[in-house]
Write a protein that binds this ligand. Sequence first.
Ligand SMILES: [Zn+2]
Length: 114
Amino acid sequence: MDKADFIAALRVAQDAGCQFVIGVPSLGGSSTAALTPEQAHRLTTDKEGLFAELMGLTVPEYIEWRESQGSVYCSARTKQGKRCRNFIVGATWLEPDEWKAQRAEGGYCSAHGA
Ligand SMILES: [Zn+2]
């Protein structure tokens, strides 16, 4: 079945009242999101990209967000010039919007905080 047929078939189901939802892997479980027929097709070709988009993140952001459990790394650098690998105090389990805002703003861990 090609893409156009797949989407057309889902449209028929949608017109008949069917809704498509997916559990997007997120912090400690999954977040339910509604899908269009086009997005349902993308699930079969670019799942990670679709998940990132549904969460309002780019793919690298989505991976980092999940791997860090919604935490943001400290903005300080170690004496060796490496990025501090501790998390900003209080910046854990953040939802994507908050996570992006905190990441843009920066902050410090308990060792580097004022
Ligand atoms: Zn630090």
